[in-house]
Design a protein around this ligand. Structure first.
Ligand SMILES: Cc1cc2nc3c(=O)[nH]c(=O)nc-3n(C[C@H](O)[C@H](O)[C@H](O)COP(=O)(O)O)c2cc1C
Length: 200
């Protein structure tokens, strides 16, 4: 089957691609409005982009009326954000924070979440997340309705039991991150792992 995203299937691009390109990690992004309100929203158009320097990217789409989502609007003004990771324990709270609230109304209280201060950026991190990445905006590309926000990762916060100081590695067998699957409402757990060694 061949599907033409420039023709017959153009309007189906989102459900088709979001159901095929799976699983996707979820960036649960905290930003600060100019009045100090903490904004929190999930984005699965997200990935790690590089390590030297450490960079990531995620992509809020503009609203139907052409205005940016609150996350993009706040980053355009403050140039800082925190990407919090989502695990099985925080999945439902994450989903609640996808509600569209009026600008300046925080998603945190309704989702039963609390924050901790960040070290080098102003937006706080989510205390309930297993790990959080403090980021400074490197730049934002506007491509049609998409805003690809690229962040320089300045700090990792990871729950103590997830980090092995002896090996300096993450104890991935204890990390229960979830992934975004088919549109509109599917997710996966990441507990079913297997190892493949690379050829020499
Ligand atoms: C798991 C999940 C992933 C999402 N991924 C995206 C995404 O990649 N891009 C996007 O624009 N919206 C995405 N959304 C919808 C936004 O979270 C939603 O529009 C939110 O209200 C935006 O909040 P804000 O206006 O506070 O930035 C996603 C929602 C969920 C539940």
């Amino acid at each position: 089957m061949e599907l033409d995203l420039e023709g017959q299937h153009a309007e189906r691009a989102y459900p088709l691609l979001a159901s095929l390109v799976t699983p996707r990690p979820i960036a649960w992004v905290t930003t600060l409005g100019p009045d100090g309100a903490v904004n929190l929203a999930p984005f699965s158009f997200f990935n790690l982009l590089g390590a030297h320097p450490p960079i990531l990217g995620f992509c809020p789409g503009d609203r139907d009326d052409g205005t940016p989502k609150d996350t993009a609007r706040n980053i355009r003004q403050m140039h800082e954000f925190v990407v919090n990771l989502v695990d099985e324990a925080t999945a439902e709270a994450m989903n609640r924070t996808a509600a569209s609230l009026p600008y300046g109304v925080s998603e945190l209280a309704g989702a039963g979440l609390t924050t901790l201060p960040s070290s080098v950026v102003r937006p706080p991190r989510i205390a309930e997340s297993p790990a959080s990445l403090e980021c400074a905006e490197w730049g934002t590309l506007q491509i049609g309705d998409n805003r690809l926000i690229i962040g320089l990762i300045k700090r990792i916060h990871v729950r103590d039991e997830l980090f092995d100081p002896a090996t300096q590695r993450i104890r991935t067998e204890r990390l229960q991150t979830i992934g975004r699957m088919a549109s509109p409402n599917w997710y996966c757990r990441t507990g079913d792992r297997f190892e493949l060694r690379r050829p020499d």
